[in-house]
Design a protein around this ligand. Structure first.
Ligand SMILES: [Fe+2]
Length: 254
C-alpha cells in the first residue's frame, strides 16, 4: 500500500517530535503493509515549513530508515493550507508536490468553517498545472452536514483523500459516516493515514481497508490511485463495486 499523508518528519510540525518518533512511524507503517509513504508536513501559519526544510528532512530520514533496515520508501510532499497557497510562488508549491510529483498538491481542509474560496483555489491550482488533493474533508462539520461541498470541488478537478482513522471509526461516528458516504458517492479517490505520532492517528491503512469491505475498491484507494500519483501514470478506472446494493448497505450500516 502507498500512504500519501503523514507527519513523519521529526521536529517540523505537530507530528513526530524526534527521530525515535519518526522511526516508530516508519516501522509501524512497514509492519502494516505500507511500502511507500509521503512526508507531508504542515505548511501553514503555525508551522510555516519551507520546501528546503522538507527536502532536507526527507533526505536525512531516508538515510536513517535505510540504516535501520526498514523496508519503506520515503517520498516528499507537504500539506499546504489555503492561506499559504496564496502566499507561496508556484515554483515553491511544486516543490511540495505530493509524493514528489509536482502536478499534485495536498491541500489541508480546515476543521471548522468551510472556506468560500475553496473552489477558486482548486481552479487556480489547475490553471497552474497542479491538481489539488483535498485532505480529510470528512472531518469538517459543514461537509458532515452536506457533502455536496466536496462534490463541487471534485467537479472543479480536485481529488479527495479521506483519513484511514475516519473510516475505521477512530475519529468518531460523524467522521466515519461522512467518510463512508463519500466513498459510496464515488467522491473519495484515496485513503491516507495522516499519521502524527504514536496515539495520534497512528499510521496504518489495513484497518480502513477492512472497514471498506470491498478488496478491489480498497486496493484502488490505497494502492492504484496513490501509485499513479507517485509514478505520474494514467489515472486508474474506479472499480464498480460488486453487488452494489450490498456494498451500499454495508457502507451505510451504522
Ligand atoms: Fe495532516
Amino acid at each position: 500500500m502507498i500512504d500519501l499523508h503523514s507527519h513523519i518528519l521529526p521536529g517540523l510540525d505537530d507530528g513526530a517530535r524526534d527521530l525515535d518518533d519518526a522511526l516508530d512511524i516508519a516501522r509501524a507503517a512497514a509492519a502494516d503493509g505500507i511500502s511507500v509513504i509521503a512526508a507531508t508536513p504542515h505548511v501553514r501559519e503555525d508551522y510555516p515549513t519551507t520546501a528546503d526544510a522538507m527536502e532536507n528532512g526527507v533526505r536525512q530520514l531516508r538515510a536513517e530508515i535505510e540504516r535501520e533496515g526498514i523496508d519503506l520508501e520515503l517520498l516528499p510532499g507537504g500539506e499546504v493550507s489555503i492561506e499559504q497557497i496564496d502566499r507561496l510562488s508556484n515554483d515553491e508549491l511544486r516543490r511540495f508536490g505530493l509524493g514528489g510529483n509536482p502536478k499534485y498538491l495536498l491541500v489541508e481542509t480546515p476543521y471548522s468553517a468551510w472556506p468560500l474560496c475553496f473552489g477558486e483555489i482548486v481552479h487556480r491550482l489547475g490553471v497552474a498545472g497542479m491538481t489539488a488533493v483535498i485532505a480529510h474533508p470528512e472531518r469538517n462539520g459543514a461537509v458532515q452536514a452536506d457533502n455536496e461541498k466536496v462534490a463541487e470541488l471534485a467537479r472543479a478537478g480536485a481529488l479527495i483523500q479521506v483519513t484511514a482513522a475516519s473510516l475505521d471509526g477512530r475519529l468518531g461516528s460523524r467522521a466515519r459516516n461522512c467518510a463512508r458516504d463519500l466513498i459510496a458517492a464515488e467522491l473519495a479517490d484515496m485513503v491516507g493515514s495522516d499519521a502524527h505520532m504514536a496515539g495520534v492517528r497512528e499510521v496504518g491503512l489495513s484497518g480502513a481497508c477492512k472497514a471498506i469491505g470491498d478488496p478491489q475498491l480498497a486496493r484502488w484507494l490505497t494502492e492504484l490511485v496513490p501509485g499513479a500519483i507517485v509514478r505520474g501514470g494514467d489515472f486508474p478506472t474506479r472499480p464498480t463495486p460488486k453487488g452494489r446494493r450490498g456494498f451500499f448497505a454495508c457502507l451505510r450500516g451504522r
